[in-house]
Design a protein around this ligand. Structure first.
Ligand code: HEM
Length: 400
């Protein structure tokens, strides 16, 4: 790493600002949102913004794609390593680094036969993560920050979306750029790896309403509002434990199917009570604006909590900074051959300490969340998103 005069905490903070700053107009939108409210959405792209030429910096102490305001399209690619060894990790890391350093800056990959497609990066980011068993099998110490994620009682997991050795997370505001980057990376890795699955996600490029922070999910809810602000990322997201994982984070990726036919039967007020927020504005039921902080103590005129005890936002709510996660959720929608759709959420959470944050939160959700009746988790995997690199280094070098 460079900048040896800085503490790692300082380095992470600067890295975060630099990455967001790289997104031009988005930085201003983000900074403003933080000043005016305790929450800041990941979704700051407005329909009128043309992001075609915007580049997300690749090199830095932190990998991009985590504190990068969420791009409109994403793909998570689960990859297995054909012949796991430190040599293959080095080869994969070098290829990934070279591809990502070029493609994110609007250049074709080495030997790219369609380099013109790369010319509009549209905030492209390419991020690499490694699975826990994979780290263990290489004989490398697993960071304390990366415990095994247990099964939860409401899970109905399909192995099709299960744990893989590695994940490559790609995001861009342009679906063609994204598709090209996916092809380049998988083609360049093809002799070393096998793709286990690809999970594609999308967001609405516009906030749920003018001046709002987050966009809507397919249940119609404003989703992604309550998140750590950038000042809290070093406490919530970036690992800082004195191990090789410092500057990384743990990604928990859950594929959560929405049972839309059942959801459609509910009337509007029932839907609002299930989550604890207004469908129209995203405000908590105790407030009027999306940015209002939920008051979990407020009672109605019958003495009952306005936000019910089993409402999603009450059950999921983090009481302390240590309990928080960064949510960067995407919608998924797959057309099935019988003419129906499998749709839901690619729930992507990032945390420096799942044992304090995600695991107890998901336990509470599995125990008592009213929303469980309308959603089913069908895929689950977790990865250590590796620390970032400076020019001359390669992703995964810390593992060797
Ligand atoms: C399909 C599944 C899910 C849907 C549709 C969903 C939807 C929502 C919505 C609409 C909100 C309120 C707006 C916001 O702050 O973003 C919310 C808040 C939240 N959700 Fe979810 N969510 C899902 C799964 C999860 C899971 C699996 C977790 C964590 C394990 C989670 C954690 C949270 C947290 C921490 C909040 C903020 C609560 C607060 O107000 O403090 N959600 N979710």
């Amino acid at each position: 790493m460079t900048d040896k005069g800085l503490t790692r905490r300082g380095l992470f903070a600067i890295g975060g600002a630099a990455i967001v700053g790289g997104a031009g107009g988005y930085a201003l939108a983000g900074a403003h949102a933080q000043e005016s409210s305790p929450v800041v959405s990941q979704v700051l792209v407005k329909a009128s913004d043309n992001t075609a030429k915007v580049k997300t910096p690749f090199y830095g102490a932190l990998q991009a794609g985590v504190n990068t305001p969420a791009q409109v399209y994403t793909k998570f690619i689960g990859i297995n390593v054909n012949d796991p060894s430190k040599d293959s990790i080095e080869a994969i890391g070098r290829i990934m680094t070279d591809d990502a350093a070029r493609l994110t800056q609007g250049e074709g990959a080495l030997g790219d036969t369609e380099p013109e497609i790369a010319a509009n990066p549209a905030r492209l980011s390419i991020t690499l993560g490694v699975g826990r068993e994979f780290i263990k099998n290489l004989g490398i110490s697993v960071p304390a920050a990366f415990p095994a994620i247990p099964a939860f009682k409401t899970d109905a997991l399909d192995e099709q979306w299960g744990q893989s050795d590695l994940v490559v997370q790609i995001g861009s505001d342009d679906p063609l750029t994204l598709s090209h980057a996916q092809r380049m990376v998988t083609k360049d890795l093809s002799t070393l790896t096998t793709t286990a699955w690809v999970q594609s996600g999308f967001l609405s490029p516009t906030p749920a309403f003018d001046g709002g922070e987050a966009s809507r999910n397919q249940m119609g809810q404003v989703d992604g509002t309550v998140n750590p602000n950038l000042d809290q990322y070093s406490e919530v997201v970036w690992i800082e434990e004195g191990s090789w994982a410092d500057g990384g984070t743990v990604l928990i990726l859950r594929r959560i199917r929405m049972l839309m036919d059942d959801w459609d039967i509910l009337d509007r007020s029932a839907k609002e009570i299930v989550v604890g927020t207004s469908l129209e504005t995203g405000a908590p039921l105790t407030g009027t604006k999306e940015s209002d902080v939920a008051d979990f103590t407020e009672l109605d005129n019958q003495g009952l909590p306005v936000i019910p005890m089993n409402a999603h936002i009450r059950v999921a709510h983090a009481e302390t900074t240590e309990e928080m996660i960064l949510r960067r959720p995407y919608n998924y929608n797959v057309e099935l051959t019988d003419g129906t759709n499998d749709m839901g959420l690619l729930f992507a959470a990032y945390t420096k300490d799942p044992a304090q944050s995600f695991i107890p939160m998901q336990e509470r959700i599995a125990q008592s969340d009213a929303m469980n009746k309308w959603v089913t988790t069908i895929g689950s995997a977790a990865y250590l998103i590796l620390p970032g690199v400076s020019d001359g280094e390669f992703l995964g070098e810390v593992l060797l």
